[in-house]
Design a protein around this ligand. Structure first.
Ligand code: CTP
Length: 406
């Protein structure tokens, strides 16, 4: 799924951002894609083909009449072998040529002769991007079913700041993975909690846990890739929002997470487009200190140790499952023993249709995991894998249950 196992023709056209195409090549390979680079003559003015040749281990093609292609039809050979063509950076000139269906060089010709999907990542100066001619051309590409990825705004090579900068390579890979993935959650609204909560004691101290947020963020990304509109309510974590997440709400405490979740559910229900799925991945603190001290608690007397009193936090997942109507609720659990029995108890106690149990301890902070998926009648084991892969498998498990009678 995503770009993994895909054969991608990466077209590099003339622009300063061409140097980032080398990083993009590496990122695509890291995501499991096979990359073949084709450059325009202008592209080679910015980065030499030797760089891409060394990175991909494949010859780089520039010339329409390249004698290395046996039957002399490089455009047909290259586009026939590709699962997708990605132009990054796509210059204003190349976009114009695509919009008009021109075949002025090898890259343009193979875009015209393609049978596979085509995506472009525009990169140009702000004025060139804003020019009505470029905007017209971009609209034409969209109308022709070509995916336009970016651009971003920020500092530009010309010294200006504004729209037109090529999206960063990591974001391009995420966007491509999303674009090339199947869409079992198309049109669905998904709300996800992720990360730990932080329960303050005084202005400098508090109680939290070791949840990294990685699994919840991976799931948010996988839901986007599956076509869902995703809102992420995150506890304190230092993770970038996955590409395509519609809204991220940062909270600290369990109570704030509870309130943010219900506000989102209320607003969506009010707008007559309620959430279809709620996934509670957050490691929510079950208790919080009963009182909060506005001033830092001082160590005035070495003999006296402060005694903390606790009070119960709301159970966010159970409160969402109790709503009428409720979205399809998915819970997460960390059990140390009797996984299935405790898991099934939890399904019933929380009133939810699906529970995902971590197999084994020490899952916090790790990049991989092993999961047991439990519903009312069956269990499915998801073998140890990186969290972003497990996230895709989980999305599949959720999506296929959504259409079943509940
Ligand atoms: N959860 C929640 N609100 C809480 C506590 C938990 O939404 N106040 C959610 C978590 O996001 C997770 C699931 O409920 O989806 C975990 O349930 P919990 O009962 O906390 O399970 P464990 O942490 O495994 O705790 P225990 O076994 O002690 O019940």
């Amino acid at each position: 799924m995503g770009v993994s196992g895909k054969r991608i023709v990466l077209g590099v056209t003339g622009g300063v951002a061409a140097y980032k195409a080398a990083v993009l090549t590496r990122e695509l390979q890291r995501a499991g894609a096979q990359v073949q680079v084709v450059m325009t003559e202008a592209g080679t003015r910015f980065v030499g083909p030797a760089t891409f040749q060394a990175l991909t281990g494949e010859p780089v093609f520039v010339d329409q009449w390249d004698a290395r292609i046996v039957n002399g039809m490089a455009h047909i050979e290259l586009s026939r072998a590709a699962d997708a063509i990605v132009i990054a950076p796509a210059s204003a000139d190349f976009i114009a040529s695509l919009a008009q269906g021109r075949a002025g060089d090898l890259l343009a010709t193979l875009c015209l002769a393609r049978e596979c999907p085509l995506a472009v990542a525009p990169a140009m100066n702000r004025q060139m991007w804003e020019n009505p001619a470029t905007q017209r051309n971009i609209q034409q590409l969209r109308n022709d079913g070509i995916e336009v990825v970016g651009p971003d705004s920020g500092d530009q090579a010309c010294g200006e700041t504004g729209m037109g900068r090529m999206l960063e390579p990591e974001a391009i890979v995420e966007a491509l993975a999303s674009w090339l993935s199947p869409k079992p959650l198309l049109g669905k609204r998904v709300l996800i909690t992720a990360g730990p909560t932080f329960e303050p004691i005084d202005p400098v101290r508090g109680i939290t846990n070791r949840s990294s947020g990685k699994m919840g963020f991976a799931l948010a990304g996988a839901c986007v890739q599956a076509g869902a509109e995703v809102t992420l309510v995150a506890g304190p974590v230092s993770l970038d929002t996955p590409w395509g997440v519609r809204q991220r709400i940062n909270v600290q405490t369990a109570q704030q997470m509870h309130d943010a979740v219900h506000r989102q559910l209320d607003a969506a229900a009010h707008a007559a487009h309620p959430h279809d799925v709620f996934i509670a991945v957050a490691a929510v603190a079950d208790w919080r200190p009963a009182s909060y001290s506005d001033a830092k608690i001082k160590k005035t007397d070495a003999q006296s140790v402060p005694q903390l009193q606790f009070t119960q936090n709301p159970d966010i997942l159970a409160s969402v499952a109790a709503r009428k109507p409720a979205p399809y609720c998915v819970g997460f659990a960390a059990e140390s023993d009797s996984l299935e029995r405790h898991g099934r108890d939890k399904l019933i106690r929380k009133g939810i249709p699906l529970l995902v149990a971590n197999i084994g301890h020490e899952t916090f902070g790790r990049d991989d995991n092993e999961l047991l998926v439990l519903d009312g009648s069956s269990q499915t084991r998801l073998a140890r894998a990186p969290k972003h892969e497990l996230a895709r498998e989980l999305v599949h498990e959720i999506a296929r249950r959504l259409d079943l009678p509940r």
